[in-house]
Design a protein around this ligand. Structure first.
Ligand SMILES: [Zn+2]
Length: 402
């Protein structure tokens, strides 16, 4: 069915369009064709992470804009519009979620990844997280090895263990994007590439159906080890799976389609609105809870350096050392607690929420000068204390949970 629909699409498109271009949504493939990546090996670490708690995981991002013509040198605002989409899509905050069919609503995952443009570069210098390089390659350097290397007309990755590298450029064809699976390919080419016409929601990315930033969401799914929902092999209709239990086995890729309600290509309704399908941007809405587990496992097993990265911390200035403080944005707290440990000392703090009996009800670590968002809905209402501790320094704030 997959092949049939793609062919149908090409025919319709060709009759209607003299240029007869064939769309390719995504070119991410495994290094070894057909290689399967099971879920089982990750299970223990997933369990250790305690997925019941809401975690916010900061992912420092650097965007490499590799451009030839001026229009390919997309604006900073356009880049920020993509970051906004990522933070909505990976935190179950997009408006399309309301269109998820009833049978899948309980499977919608709040992944808890918070993407930030890097504020500190690999040398510890202040940055806006954007690298702009003019290339002599006018055909389109996207999807090539060269885009990852300054010496070949591209842009060198920032330490891929500490930053998610995103390359934005022209592609020679109509390809939307490519992502690297963890543990595959050269270390200095890890990251995702997105066609400049599909990156963000403004500027050069205003042509439907790829105008809502979902190409990047999809490719980052691959970067965190997600397969397409039909599995690693496009030709294995209904016989292979994506290694995620709660995404139904499917065959249809929904390229350039926007279905509604329950549609079938195998045995159960397809999760056509999943980001790992090829559905139109406007009709994508969710990652599943199983996909969340798989992404967190990949983060833990392959990309753990991101968890320790200080790429989103502000660079220490020459200001005198100041007394550390615990800033809470909005108190009493409605569902989401946002706090930041202001300190001239960098590094990790042990953070906990403590109830009136002195019992910890939530613990995590946090970095200095990096806002943290916590979902407090599960902790009931009333008074509790936010405690942050680093070496001999302890900061305490009384909170009222609504
Ligand atoms: Zn893909």
């Amino acid at each position: 069915m997959k092949a049939r629909s793609t062919t149908l699409f090409i025919l319709i498109f060709c009759f209607a369009n003299a240029f007869c271009q064939v769309t390719e949504r995504c070119a991410t493939v495994h290094e070894i064709a057909g290689k399967k990546r099971g879920n089982v090996r990750f299970q223990s670490k997933v369990e250790r992470l305690g997925l019941e708690e809401r975690m916010v995981i900061n992912i420092p991002v650097v965007v490499h804009v590799v451009w030839s013509k001026a229009e390919e040198n997309i604006s900073t605002e356009q880049i920020q519009s993509q970051l906004k989409v990522l933070n909505e899509d990976f935190n179950a905050g997009n408006v399309q979620i309301s269109s998820v069919p009833v049978i899948f609503q309980a499977l919608v995952a709040d992944v808890g990844f918070q993407f930030c443009l890097a504020s500190k570069d690999p040398n510890g210098q202040a940055t806006n997280g954007i690298v702009r390089i003019q290339t002599a390659n006018t055909i389109g350097i996207g999807g090539t090895t060269a885009i990852h290397h300054t010496s070949q007309g591209g842009s060198d990755a920032w330490d891929p263990s500490k930053y998610l590298n995103i390359w934005v450029s022209k592609f020679a064809g109509n390809l939307g994007g490519v992502g690297s699976f963890p543990g595959e390919g050269p270390e200095d080419e890890q990251g995702v590439e997105v066609n400049y016409k599909q990156f963000g929601t403004i500027g050069t990315a205003t042509n439907p159906p790829y105008n809502l930033g979902r190409t990047c969401t999809h490719e980052i799914g691959h970067y965190f080890n997600l397969e397409h929902v039909w599995g690693p092999n496009a030709n294995s209709c209904c016989t292979e799976d994506d290694g995620v239990a709660d995404t139904p086995v499917s065959c249809e890729d929904y390229l350039d389609e926007c279905p509604s309600g329950n549609t079938f290509s195998c045995f159960a309704p397809d999760m056509w609105m999943n980001f790992m399908n090829y559905t139109n941007d406007a009709c994508m809405a969710m990652f599943s809870k199983g996909q969340k587990e798989r992404m967190i496992a990949a983060l833990n097993d392959f990309r753990a350096g991101l968890l320790e990265s200080d790429g989103c911390q502000s660079v220490a200035t020459n200001e005198p050392i100041f007394e550390p403080s615990l800033k809470v944005y909005g108190n009493p707290v409605d569902n989401q607690l946002v706090f930041e440990i202001k300190s001239s000392m960098t590094g990790k703090w042990d953070v906990k929420l403590v109830n009136l009996l002195g019992q910890p009800i939530y613990t995590r670590t946090a970095l200095s000068n990096t806002p943290v968002i916590l979902d407090c809905a599960a902790y009931g209402s009333g008074v509790c204390f936010l405690v942050a501790k680093q070496n001999q320094t302890e900061l305490v704030r009384k909170l009222v949970l609504n």
